[in-house]
Design a binder for this molecule. Sequence first.
Ligand code: PGA
Length: 280
Amino acid sequence: MRRLLIVGNWKMHLNASQASLLVHRLQERIKIRRNIEVVLAPSMLVLQPLSLQIDRRKFRLASQNAYFHDEGAFTGEVSFTMLRELVHYGIVGHSERRHVFSEDLPMIRDKVAAAIRNEITPILCIGETKHERDEGETKQVLHDQLMTALSNLTAHEAGSIVIAYEPVWAIGHVAAKPSLIQTAVDYVRGYVRDVFNEKAAKNLRVLYGGDVAPEVVQGILSVPGVDGFLVGRSSLNYETFAGIVESAHRWQRGVPDGTPQRQAPGGTWPRDNEAGKEGE
Ligand code: PGA
């Protein structure tokens, strides 16, 4: 059975005492699960105290961002080198970094390389905006994001990273339909297979992100090739985040959720016969 990866991205929320309280509550709720790896990505400020607080059998830490140089005169930045004792993972290229902080493709490529150089596993975020999807550019956007970000990697390195498919229009709004996630995840693995090799495509972990809540977990995990989630808002509420982990655990054990899966606008959800209808 493949190990699932569930990452909570707390974004710019929670001060030190709030973060500590959330970890405390999560530790009460979330059990040690051999087949689920749970990762917390708090603000840079609290990585250090949380690294002392977390039960390492239950949680690992991720940074939300870091700079690509290892050290130097870069006021306000923190490097992956400084984080290497604290985090296992580093989120790179989140759409908020790309769009709010104007991170371009070469910068994201350099951040992926810097994370790997410092033995931190990058969680590379890719995904199209609503405009790009409406214009039928999704495949091209994913291609360009992957091509640049992975361009300096060996096949072994490419197979060891995590890629989170996060359609920008879904973040904070509505989870994408499984059929659409399937198309994107197949594309990502196909790209890695073509450019690197079969082994890298198989080893690579691919997450989905964008409005993940307990109600959509099992439907999305049923998409072949999805290895877990990158969760934003729902990771700030301990009951909801623990609910996501529990639902994933039940799915692994073949136990369906009692509650019906949420309906997405535009049709019954899940609906798996729509792949390829996204205008690409
Ligand atoms: P969301 O955010 O779960 O709040 O949609 C996901 C993300 O930005 O990673």
